[in-house]
Design a protein around this ligand. Structure first.
Ligand code: SF4
Ligand code: SF4
Length: 335
């Protein structure tokens, strides 16, 4: 696979990489087979996270002896220096390596970002680890536009990960600025959490945007890898038929799909509305029930706390029936 440069990191990586969430459904033997198939095809970018339970550890096993053929990225929800120091050591141990190419701050909100960059914040630990040669580069992942925009102004940010797909195009303007600033753009959620059922079209659309440096579909089988690999290798422009199909997908999903823009905030009852819908996606489309329920359980206010006031719906630019969706999530999660 042809290599591209990951922004100011200078790293040479494949246009498609591995998103490490679905690895949790697999086992070490299957992950070894997947990683070897990636090596054969020249797909060298791997993204995982401390938060993806066994994902780092399975990858660590699979990478033994061939780690140098890959660019490894992981991330942590740590916000303080001490927590981040601990997480970097755990990641190094799990991944069975003494060096991680990219370590990312995992999805902070604006307040958490203040903590991360403040005194004794997680950034200090990352910068010290970088100086010590334990990590190579520092990145940040975001789901909200305000965090994405703010991150563009930090000199230390070398990669930015944000959702981008046929139905979530709210980041396009910032993606342009990302490229102008030579920050590598890592495209997550290419299939909108499984809502887009034509992966080939989804990837062809993403690869047609020059502002995307690398796309990381979640995969855990060689079959998925081969299909996605072919889709990202195809160079022809999107056909009229594909453009029509995209419009149809936008129409169908557009009426009931949360883009995680957070314009609906603040909820009267303190519910993190986009996170409720994100975890519902993991529950219903990723088939990661245990993990989805665990993450949902960590929310301070659950869907069941919704008092149906409707304030959020007046702010949602996509006119989502949030009250109905909250009822459905409360039933699915049981609280
Ligand atoms: S519910 Fe609407 S406003 Fe809220 S995050 Fe989703 S798309 Fe944005
Ligand atoms: S309708 Fe429910 S989710 Fe929306 S603001 Fe009111 S309490 Fe929050």
């Amino acid at each position: 696979m042809k290599k591209v440069t990951l922004g100011k990191t200078g790293l040479k990586i494949s246009k498609m990489g591995l998103g490490g969430i679905p690895i949790q459904q697999s086992d070490t033997e299957k992950v070894k087979i997947l990683i070897r198939a990636m090596a054969e095809k020249g797909i060298n970018y791997i993204d995982t996270a401390r938060g993806y339970t066994v994902s780092e550890a399975y990858l660590g096993e699979a990478l033994e002896g061939i780690r140098d053929q890959f660019v490894l990225a992981t991330k942590s929800m740590a916000r303080t220096k001490a927590e981040m120091e601990r997480d970097i050591e755990i990641s190094l141990h799990n991944l069975k390596t003494d060096y991680i190419d990219i370590y990312q701050i995992h999805n902070p909100n604006m307040k958490q970002l203040d903590q991360v960059i403040g005194t004794n914040g997680a950034l200090e630990a990352l910068q010290e680890a970088k100086a010590a040669g334990k990590i190579g580069h520092i990145g940040l992942t975001a789901h909200s536009l305000e965090v994405f925009e703010r991150a563009l102004d930090f000199e230390w940010v070398e990669t930015l990960m944000f959702p981008y797909n046929i139905v979530e195009r709210q980041g396009e303007e910032l993606m342009k600025r990302c490229r102008e600033k030579n920050i590598g753009f890592v495209c997550m959620k290419p299939f909108a959490g499984g809502a887009i059922e034509n992966p080939v079209l989804a990837l062809r659309f993403i690869c047609s945007n020059p502002d995307v440096t690398v796309v990381i579909p979640g995969m855990h089988t060689v079959k998925e890898l081969e299909q996605n690999f072919r889709a990202t290798e195809e160079k022809e422009r999107l056909t009229d038929e594909e453009l029509r199909e995209m419009e149809q997908i936008q129409r169908e999903l557009g009426s009931n799909f949360c883009r995680r823009c957070n314009y609906c905030a603040p909820c009267t009852k303190g519910i993190s509305i986009p996170n409720v819908f994100l975890f519902e996606g993991y529950l219903k489309r990723y088939h990661l029930e245990g993990w989805a329920r665990e993450r949902y359980a960590s929310l301070q206010a659950k869907a069941g706390a919704c008092v149906q006031c409707g304030v959020c719906e007046t702010r949602c630019p996509y006119h989502l029936p949030i009250r109905e969706m909250m009822k459905r999530c409360a039933e699915e999660f049981g609280e």
